[in-house]
Design a protein around this ligand. Sequence first.
Ligand code: SF4
Length: 437
Amino acid sequence: MRLNGKKFFIQTFGCQMNLNDSEHVASLLLREGASQVESPLDSDLILINTCAVREKSVEKLFSYLGRLKEQKAYRGSVIACLGCVAQLYREELLSKFPYLDLVVGPTQYEELPLLLSDSWRQPTALTRWRKDWSELPIVTVARQSQVSAYITVMEGCNNFCTFCVVPFTRGREKYRPLGAIMEEARQLAEAGYLEIQLLGQNVNSYRDPESGAGLAELLEKIAKIDQIKWLRFLTSHPKNFSLEMARAMACNKKVCHQLHLPVQSGSNQVLSRMNRNYSREDYLEKIGWLKSFMPDISLSTDIIVGFPGETDDDFRQTMELIEEVQYTNIFSFRYSPRPLTRAARWKDDVPPKVKIERLIELQKRQKEIQSKLNKTMIGQKQKILGLGPSKRGNLYTGRNEAYQVVNFSARSELRPGFVEVKITGGGAYSLLAEASV
Ligand code: SF4
């Protein structure tokens, strides 16, 4: 075993895909005899899995690397930068942070055990492209949760939204064979997992490379595994979200009535400049299908404010859209140009002050919407997937079918798993509840 006795620490920035990648990387290193620790101060190997989607995430990484400098001098740990920033900035990272030992893009993780072993000691950047799906060796994935697991089903994106760096960091769409996904799902069921979240940057375009089976068929097959009780999937592009998919969600009893459907803007002028390939009307039609098939559906979205050319009237239309949809949650950001993207060549013409004002207005109104929606739940009985002790006092934490955080008290000690609770309160971002046990 190449890494016998070594201790490693992983810091993850970014989305569920990155969390899932970190779990796979941890599994590869554990298989080589290393052990995972909770602090970089205790480790021989420090791995930083990065996100390049927003400028802010890159800034966070640079400041994190700056803070590690002293530790490196003191400890002599090997420091590796993984993920999308590694793919995008490669040699630049090695020259800007000379104490970095490794820069490894998302398709080269199986080479990490060798690169991190003592036999390898020169600073290296490894960011080759892969056109086909690269299946990591099947190893027991070191998952953070004992009951809820991610499975990556596709990677990359062919859409080239004008603001997005993903096609340049993850490459074009690649689909994982259905057989490998089912094998992983069965292993998870045997290990006691109750919920599976299927991941992909454009998950609705999933096609099994052999049979051509799509996402609805995949969900149907996984739903046949008895032990798996809840299924979710993300991220859905509105352009690829079909009427059939909305029906499949409603008909499959294990698919949670919850969907993240990023709209990005409520204005057709902005959507067109973003190259989103749907209009406000198309989007709202899809929301209409979902609400008519599943009146209890919980919807969330992503919104960018201050995109080049966004006028006050465009922004108003976004505000009207959130009013109409009544999202359970939104992820909202100020536009920032990302390298290699088309929009980065345009004038970033919305002044920073205006971007901030729009973001504050959007977030303030959304917070009111969420508080109001959450108040209507007080007194309801809900099924929660309990994940473990909460950071807040003596409570447990979990998620309801709507994927909202629920912190709850219980009379007895609980293991992760399903539990019935009664909602007793909550604010805009989480609910409070009491378990019946
Ligand atoms: S659909 Fe657009 S925003 Fe989403 S990953 Fe692809 S290019 Fe990026």
